[in-house]
Design a protein around this ligand. Structure first.
Ligand code: NAD
Ligand code: UDP
Length: 312
């Protein structure tokens, strides 16, 4: 059955893939975005679909649409962009959560929060399970994002307990793919853009820190499956690819797959940069019957192809 679905942050990297998928399933999709890090280019191919609408709006203000489902993705996700205006970032997470939850309450909608592995901070438990409470610095340069997302999770749980709002919380681990902005600042897009331009590849620190990279199509599948679960499962649930790589391994892989003549250069490690990150996905496997299907080489090749097409 056709549903009315609101996607906040729908013009961003993940949001644009999600909007495309929801339209393909025959839903009416409202993409709400203030275009801080998202772009019209990402959703240009969707504009001709009569079931697609765009609203330029900032989620720190109340908004109302009589929808069945809300995916709350609005929030800059790259450290460079979320630190650019830290106060706006925390307002986006906290006021944004209050506003979408209020809307969900009035509309009787189901609402899914795009939370993050950053709620685990610089994790001491490895791999990270949902039961781990995390190791977050409350006063550091990443706190506007980490604590903002943690408060958003709290708000989701409290609106659920206090007001019976139907919620879903997913904790997304490092995701990459086409539609990342070339100046996004995150590691996969930085390395690919640098490699394609034969510029130095910038490793922060020594490159021994680890991340586990998920291709965007796998994430979107997990999001849609999570939204479709019954009211008895609300999460939080980790959605990520558990294959763990050091940042140096990633740099070497990108150089190899692009055939670039780039050299590696080392820069200062930013404060509070997590040393390791890898999701335990047993809960998603059990509750969503979900597994990531696209491994790093295949996903990187698709992403390299995308950046080649926009950089030429
Ligand atoms: P992105 O920066 O490409 O997308 C974020 C979108 O939100 C952009 O279109 C931006 O313009 C919009 N936005 C920002 N502030 C807004 C506001 N106040 N009002 C309305 N729109 C606003 O990032 P992304 O990677 O697509 O991330 C999407 C969501 O997923 C974010 O909530 C992010 O925290 C979460 N997430 C992403 C990852 C990842 O690896 N990509 C990991 C964990 C969590
Ligand atoms: N990183 C890097 N070079 C870059 C960008 C990032 O070495 O040009 C490192 C960064 O310090 C971190 C890892 O890559 O250790 C992942 O960074 P990203 O910003 O993509 O995401 P997050 O730190 O939020 O996981």
């Amino acid at each position: 059955m056709m549903k009315q679905i609101l996607v906040t942050g729908g013009a961003g990297f993940i949001g644009s893939h999600l909007c495309k998928r929801l339209l393909k399933e025959g839903n009416n999709v409202i993409c709400l975005d203030n275009f801080f890090t998202g772009t019209k280019n990402n959703i240009l191919p969707l504009l001709s679909d009569p079931l697609f609408e765009i609203v330029r709006f900032d989620v720190t203000h109340p908004y109302y649409a009589n929808v069945d489902e809300i995916y709350n993705l609005a929030c800059p996700a790259s450290p460079v962009h979320y630190q650019y205006d830290a106060i706006q970032t925390i307002k986006t997470s906290v006021l944004g959560a209050i506003n979408v939850l209020g809307m969900a309450k009035s509309a009787g909608a189901k609402v899914l929060q795009a939370s993050t592995s950053e709620v685990y901070g610089d994790p001491i438990v490895h791999p990270q399970t949902e039961s781990y409470w995390g190791n977050v610095n409350p006063i550091g340069i990443r706190s506007c994002y980490d604590e903002g997302k943690r408060v958003a999770e709290t708000l989701f749980m409290d609106y659920h307990r206090q007001n019976d709002v139907r919620i879903k919380i997913i904790r997304i681990f490092n995701t990459y793919g086409p539609n990342m902005h070339p100046n996004d600042g995150r590691v996969v897009s930085n390395f690919i853009v640098q490699a394609l331009k034969n510029e130095d590849i910038t490793i922060y620190g020594e490159g021994n820190q680890t991340r586990s990279f998920q291709y965007v199509d796998d994430l979107v599948e997990g999001m849609v499956r999570m939204m479709a679960t019954g009211d008895d499962f609300i999460g939080p649930v980790n959605i990520g690819n558990p294959h763990e790589f050091t940042i140096r391994q990633l740099a070497e892989k990108v150089i190899e797959l692009t055939g670039s003549s780039s050299k590696i250069t080392y820069k200062d490690l930013p404060h509070d940069d997590p040393k390791q990150r890898k999701p335990d996905i047993s809960l998603a496997q059990e509750k969503l019957d979900w597994n990531p299907n696209i491994q790093l080489d295949e996903g990187l090749l698709k992403t390299i192809k995308y950046f080649k097409s926009i950089l030429k």
